[in-house]
Design a protein. Structure first.
Ligand SMILES: Cc1cc2nc3c(=O)[nH]c(=O)nc-3n(C[C@H](O)[C@H](O)[C@H](O)COP(=O)(O)OP(=O)(O)OC[C@H]3O[C@@H](n4cnc5c(N)ncnc54)[C@H](O)[C@@H]3O)c2cc1C
Ligand code: SF4
Length: 1008
């Protein structure tokens, strides 16, 4: 029975030549008028969802989730589109996939296979049952270095395969920028390419066999097929014979059209790969299925080709006057046989500069920058190839600027290329930019002219969008400032993509040169291929999936580019009143929650800190993207209802460690820690929080009380009976030790040692001495004051030795960091107001405030500005707050004491995200220590998080990823250094190792 969900476009009405008025159109194919509502609506459109869920739950061993939260999270991919899925299945293995598809078949439910969901053309969202392969079906089944192939499950992340292959000097050549999270299944779906497609082609060129499952339950393995074998298969009959018969007649009927109309360029990704069925290609059925975007068959596993990986690389940066000239020179550079050839426009560098990106000075001067990589097994050979190019480019009157990079520099330059364009699109003041016309390709020798023409077209429509991408293959990306929120804007977008498609076709190019057709380009394909080949595509799809159950209405008979938009003209999210001001998002929480563009960088597992809980659970709901999508949907109120009181949103946010990594590592700077605080503040409005919120959130108060009789407090909290009661009441993990209060806290010590305080009566003196630049306030944070006063004492000694007059606040002041974890924002604001009042004279006098605990410093550097953006004193406090390393690094004439010592450095998440580790590392190097900085992400403790019983396991798993094993492996001659109180606690409780704060290390060096 044919599927009726969604809109099936009739080919006779779809290509209506007169549908748009206004600008003149250049070809016969134009799209239908824009639908009345461009914003995706149907939520519960599948009538038998309840029965289907029951059947799936019964038959599938993996997870089956039809709850609104799961559906909300999978409603979009990296594209502009949004369709609410019927439900989600996370299969454990091949049998599970079979069982899931069998159940779907029983209820006629469409199916959408999914990898990391980083697709950009809308092919990875649909009203369907989503099969997510990433959690369980992510194994490399076999890697044969002798015969250079691997067999992999669809959920294997590309880098996992590449890392294993590299041990044998092999690689899987196509490497999208998303290589650290995109899956082989998704790459096969999209026929993905990347920088090193120049070396080894597109995904299609690297697939040897596919083991597939059809919607009707047929399972088969397909690959190249000799003509005699094709005959035998057809004679053998059955479903397989039927399909091969149909494929052969498609080949015979349309073969000449394919030869004539398929562009012969390196990056033809649009359309189905019918060319692979031609006799000259060996009737390669596996390769014909590559790029079908989940519309024909589900890949269960794949045999992929591995090629030799040149062991040494040399990278040249070339700066031309502009992007057009850079493109004009592609044929000249290609003569040197590079293995990678990428580029971007100068405006991307401007955007990165506005965001304070590091290492931009590595880029050569020029507004059209390209990077050309050479590879060889001999390092000298690779460098000499690079040098030959440089020498050649220096000839002639308008020689571009060139640079040859070291290995380390090349790593930075590549990361600027990979994440820079999207990060730059979120530069302050930048207009929102969208995919939609982002990966067309032409022959490399025509690239310069194409770019000039597409720029003219962009200008005609008043759009901005910077060029970047794969110069060597003639494939250029751009995110464009389309207005996808007004009728006129969407109409204009529809017109633009038609004109752009006409332009590309006039160049003999491909509408998609990389990301696939999906919904962005599906309806435009007739322009490129003509009606006959469109029929061939339709027949191809029908051979595999006759009733259109697999990812329906993508690629062929596709939804219009203007349908199912994530925003759309009727996008009217709820705009709640908030505590945080979200000025970077025009004061709108809805805008903040809509920041996530789905690139999925938060799904990486190979380093960095974002997102610790995802790294150990592999659950989309624990990724920054999953959480952002939940909040986005909450404000729409269609899939997620109940607003701030919604339990599914709360659950998704529950395992966020508030590490703030996403704020700096996500290219869109999604800031879930802040959104979580905001959410919790409303979730608990008018009702009591769990007891532990008051216990941990207000720890400063309890610590202040305990300080009156610390021995009694310690005795009581560890007394048998009471200890158990306390743990039960607060939901503490039995494995955790409750930290002990210090017998004498730092403020008491400071009083005893006559350290001057900074209460208002001495404000006059403070103002006077501030002017000599030697006055400094040492912040007595709750943790280092009440639990580890030795750290603060060490800092006092170090600062005094450096010639500063150290003052310590003697009144009870707390930045309120733990309050944010529980959304106690009213109280948090009061804490900050009190600080601004008590320390007002010192702040106004410009006295720096040295904060030892990074999570406290980040309150002043981050939350404070978001809560009180218009308060001048708050802004001064933000600017005057620094960590010890930041303060000393900038202190004029300061010479740190030398120490000959191995140091293993772990950065607290807020240190890495808000303050950065640069000053800390620079200071340590100046001390002369043998430094090793860990790429350890989060320690897993994150304030109260790791103490909570229901989070203990995740907390441990996060710590065990990198940090804790590294600490255990560190020899006795190594000092483990980290400035976070939580990090030190996690290290101690898990390994028994006492890590030190920078202040303590400096003190050791001073006393040495
Ligand atoms: C920032 C950014 C940069 C990008 N850069 C590049 C780039 O350089 N080069 C490039 O080619 N692409 C790029 N892309 C697009 C995308 O990342 C790639 O196409 C990637 O390979 C998709 O992998 P995925 O696991 O996310 O697939 P998904 O998006 O999950 O799926 C892709 C398609 O494959 C289908 N599919 C998934 N699994 C299966 C299966 N088991 N059986 C059948 N079909 C399946 C899906 O239905 C879907 O149609 C980029 C995207 C982003 C967001
Ligand atoms: S704050 Fe940290 S834990 Fe929370 S979503 Fe962002 S990256 Fe993940």
């Amino acid at each position: 029975m044919p599927v009726v969900i969604g809109k099936r476009l009739d080919s006779t009405t779809q290509y209506d030549a007169n549908s748009f008025t206004g600008r003149s159109l250049t070809t016969m194919h134009t799209l239908s008028p824009m639908p009345a509502s461009s914003h995706a609506k149907p939520v519960d459109s599948f009538p038998q969802a309840v029965e289907l869920e029951k059947a799936l739950s019964r038959d599938v061993r993996g997870e089956v989730r039809f709850d609104r939260g799961s559906r909300a999270m999978y409603a979009t991919d990296g594209s502009n589109y949004r369709q609410i899925p019927i439900g989600l299945v996370v299969p454990r293995d091949t049998e599970d996939v079979m069982a899931a598809i069998a159940a779907c078949r029983k209820y006629d439910a469409p199916v959408l296979p999914r990898g990391a969901g980083t697709s950009l053309a809308g092919q990875c969202c649909n009203v369907a049952v989503v099969l997510d392969f990433t959690k369980y079906m992510n194994r490399i089944l076999e890697l044969d270095p002798e015969r250079s192939f691997a067999r992999v499950q669809p959920g294997v992340v590309l880098d996992t395969l590449r890392n294993l292959a590299e041990r044998h000097q092999l690689t899987f050549a196509p490497d999208p920028s998303t290589h650290n999270r995109c899956t082989i299944g998704g790459m096969i779906g999209n026929n993905s390419c990347g920088t090193h497609s120049l070396l080894g082609g597109k995904t299609v060129d690297n697939i040897e066999e596919l083991h597939i499952l059809l919607y009707d339950g047929t399972e088969m393995t397909v690959g190249p097929t000799a003509e005699s074998e094709v005959d035998l298969i057809i004679q053998g009959g059955g479903r397989r014979g039927e399909i091969y018969g149909k494929l052969r007649s498609i080949r015979d009927q349309y073969g000449d059209q394919v030869r004539a109309r398929f562009p012969r360029i390196p990056r033809r990704v649009s359309g189905f790969n019918l060319d692979e069925l031609l006799p000259e290609q060996g009737f390669n059925v596996a390769r014909a299925l590559v790029g079908t975007e989940g519309t024909c068959a589900t890949v269960l596993d794949a045999k992929v080709r591995l090629i030799h990986s040149p062991q040494h690389r040399a990278l040249v940066g070339v700066g031309y006057r502009d992007a057009f000239i850079a493109a004009d020179h592609v044929p000249e550079v290609l003569k040197f046989d590079p293995i990678g050839y990428e580029g971007f426009e100068g405006s991307i560098v401007d955007g990165l500069r506005a965001k304070g990106a590091a290492k931009l000075d590595l880029l050569p001067e020029g507004r059209g920058i390209v990077m050309v990589e050479f590879g060889a097994d001999d390092p000298e050979h690779a460098r000499s190839l690079a040098q030959q190019l440089i020498d050649r480019l220096k000839e002639g009157p308008h020689a571009p600027n060139t640079r040859l990079y070291t290995k380390e520099e090349a790593r930075h330059v590549w990361s600027l290329r990979e994440s820079g364009p999207r990060a730059a699109a979120f530069a302050p003041g930048a207009k929102p930019q969208w995919e939609g016309w982002d990966d067309a390709a032409v022959a490399p020798e025509k690239l310069g002219d194409y770019l000039r023409d597409i720029r003219k077209l962009l200008d005609e429509y008043g759009y901005t969008g910077a060029f970047y991408g794969h110069y060597g293959h003639g494939c250029i990306h751009m995110r464009v400032s389309f207005d996808l929120q007004s009728e006129a804007g969407i109409r204009s977008y529809g017109e633009f993509v038609e004109r752009a498609a006409d332009l590309v076709v006039s160049y003999g190019g491909s509408l998609s040169g990389e990301h696939g057709d999906g919904q962005s380009r599906g309806a435009l394909l007739p322009k490129m291929f003509g009606p006959e080949l469109m029929n061939a595509f339709r027949e191809f799809k029908a051979a595999w999936d006759p009733h259109n159950h697999l990812n329906p209405h993508k690629v062929v008979d596709a939804y219009l580019p203007t349908e199912n938009l994530r925003l759309g003209s009727d996008y009217k999210p709820h705009e709640p009143k908030t505590h945080f001001k979200f000025l970077g998002d025009d004061g709108s929480f809805a805008n903040a929650a809509a920041r996530c563009i789905g690139v999925g960088a938060c799904r990486k597992l190979d380093g960095g800190s974002m997102c610790p809980s995802y790294m150990v659970t592999l659950e989309e709901e624990h990724s920054t993207r999953g959480r952002a999508h939940m909040l986005f949907e909450m404000l729409q109120g269609e899939v997620i209802d109940g607003g701030w009181r919604n339990e599914e949103v709360k659950k998704a946010l529950d395992l966020c460690l508030a590490c703030k990594a996403c704020k700096s590592e996500c290219p869109a700077n999604v800031d879930i820690a802040t959104y979580k605080s905001e959410f919790l503040s409303h979730y608990y409005e008018g009702r009591l929080r769990p007891l532990r919120a008051y216990a941990f959130g207000m720890i400063d108060q309890w610590a202040g009380l305990a300080a009156r009789a610390p021995r009694t407090a310690n005795g009581l909290s560890n007394a048998p009976g009471f200890n158990q009661l306390l743990r039960k009441a607060l939901g503490l993990a039995p494995q955790r030790e409750i930290p002990r209060f210090a017998i004498a806290n730092f403020q008491q010590w400071a009083r005893k040692h006559s350290v001057p305080d900074c209460d208002s009566q001495c404000s006059h003196a403070a103002q006077e001495s501030a002017s000599d630049g030697r006055e400094v306030i040492l912040w007595a944070d709750t943790f280092n004051n009440y639990f580890r006063p030795g750290t603060s004492q060490a800092a006092h000694e170090v600062l005094t030795d450096a010639g500063f007059n150290v003052r310590v606040p003697q009144k009870h002041l707390c930045c309120g960091r733990p309050l944010y974890d529980f959304g106690m924002l009213d109280r948090a604001k009061k804490y900050l107001q009190r600080i601004l009042q008590v320390l007002g004279p010192q702040i106004d006098a410009g006295i720096p405030i040295v904060v030892l605990e990074p999570s406290c410093a980040s309150v002043f550097r981050d939350e404070l500005a978001n809560l009180f953006p218009a308060d001048a004193r708050a802004d001064r406090l933000r600017r005057q707050t620094c960590l010890l390393s930041e303060f000393l690094a900038k202190a004029p004439g300061y010479q740190p004491p030398r120490l000959s010592q191995k140091v293993l450095l772990h950065g607290h998440c807020h240190h890495k995200s808000v303050m950065k580790m640069t000053d800390e590392e620079a200071l340590l190097r100046r001390m002369g220590v043998e430094l090793r900085t860990l790429d350890s992400g989060c320690c897993g403790m994150a304030g109260p998080f790791g103490f909570e019983k229901d989070k203990y396991e995740v907390s441990q798993a996060v710590g065990e990823r990198v940090l804790l094993p590294a600490v255990r492996q560190a020899g006795p001659d190594t000092i483990v250094l980290t400035d976070g109180f939580s990090c030190r606690e996690q290290i101690f409780q898990a390994t028994g190792h006492h890590a030190v704060h920078l202040a303590e290390l400096l003190q050791i060096a001073l006393r040495h």
